[in-house]
Write a protein that binds this ligand. Structure first.
Ligand SMILES: NC(=O)c1ccc[n+]([C@@H]2O[C@H](COP(=O)([O-])OP(=O)(O)OC[C@H]3O[C@@H](n4cnc5c(N)ncnc54)[C@H](O)[C@@H]3O)[C@@H](O)[C@H]2O)c1
Length: 311
């Protein structure tokens, strides 16, 4: 069993990852500055003697003894990462340098939570890992997209230069319980609006598509990626390739919440990609993984979480 550091472990994905790692018998240390995460997400773990949480900002070096590092620290939703864009880039870039430095010092294996945003507004559909992306380097999303791209560069340079054991996973839209209710991500937005009886606001005409992965599927793939042999580095896409239009998603949420909310349309935000869908062939072959939870089942779990929080 290993001592595992999870940066960003008080956030949505990090808290589920901590659950899984503890269940698998590991010791877990969470380092988080609580920018978007909260202690409440890990509250149920507070009595577990194998779990520890510390306030730490990854833009500063960290000195701890661990065997594995999952580097998740970074606000993931546009509302949050655009609030302090300079800090967002610092979190990705300085955070990667600090965590890679730590991995090098203690000989730990390290996994980077990268993102489908490295593909930008893609001309290739679905996106395989070999596609280099189409990213605006100076727009309002660039602090996140380019920060994550630079972090990937650093991971691969630490591999080439220092022979570090690295894994890079590119996460596509993931949803589930413990998402932040006000972070503007489409699934949480629609559910919260429906449960509150407010209009469901679709950007654009609702024909743009997204694919949505349920959190349990994502976490299973992440830990499988960490457990691959040292020769496997990724980058590897993780996501659910089933595509839905925003209009289909809104209608499904209305049906499952039995909400009377109306659907409204407003202009698309700047640089919003029109389509995003992972090619998961590599994950299927190298991680022996495939998403199992369909959108409707995953939405039911997520809706019941938000009901318990909001009502
Ligand atoms: N959820 C998704 O659909 C998705 C998609 C692609 C990539 N990702 C990546 O996965 C990771 C986790 O995303 P999430 O959805 O759980 O987001 P989240 O905002 O819920 O979690 C991010 C966590 O990082 C912490 N954090 C932010 N800046 C920090 C810093 N400087 N130092 C220490 N901690 C810091 C936050 O407080 C929070 O707990 C992120 O790196 C994100 O880019 C998520």
């Amino acid at each position: 069993m290993s001592r595992v550091l999870v940066t960003g472990g008080a956030g949505f994905l990090g808290s589920h990852l901590s659950d899984k790692l503890l269940n698998d018998g590991h010791d877990v240390l969470v380092a988080d500055n609580f920018f978007t995460g909260s202690k409440e997400n890990d509250q149920h773990l507070s009595q577990n003697s194998r779990f520890k949480i510390m306030r730490h900002d990854v833009t500063f070096p960290l000195y701890v003894e661990v065997d594995q590092i999952y580097n998740l620290a970074c606000p993931a939703s546009p509302i949050h990462y655009q609030r302090d864009p300079v800090q967002t880039t610092k979190t990705s870039v300085h955070g990667a340098i600090n965590m890679l430095g730590l991995a090098k010092r203690v000989g730990a294996k390290i996994l980077q939570a990268s993102t489908s945003e490295v593909y930008g507004d893609p001309e290739v559909h679905p996106q395989p890992e070999s596609y280099w992306g189409r990213v605006n380097p100076s727009g309002i999303r660039s602090c996140y997209d380019e920060g994550k791209r630079c972090a990937e560069t650093l991971f691969f340079d630490y591999r080439r230069q220092h022979n570090l054991r690295i894994k890079v996973v590119r996460i596509f839209n993931t949803y589930g319980p413990r998402m932040h209710p006000n972070d503007g991500r489409v699934v949480s937005n629609f559910i919260v609006q429906a449960l509150r009886g407010k209009n469901i606001s679709i950007y654009g005409d609702g024909s743009q598509t997204r694919s949505f992965c349920y959190v349990d599927d994502l976490i299973a793939a992440m830990t499988s990626a960490m457990d691959t042999s040292d020769g496997f580095t990724g980058p590897v896409n993780i996501g659910n390739p089933s595509e839905f239009t925003m209009l289909e998603l809104a209608e499904m949420v209305l049906r499952l919440t039995q909400s009377k909310s109306a659907i409204t349309f407003s202009p698309l935000p700047q640089d919003d990609p029109k389509q995003r869908k992972p090619d998961i062939t590599l994950a299927q072959n190298s991680l022996n993984w495939q998403p199992k939870v369909g959108l409707e089942d995953g939405l039911r779990e997520t809706i019941s979480y938000f009901k318990s929080k909001l009502l």
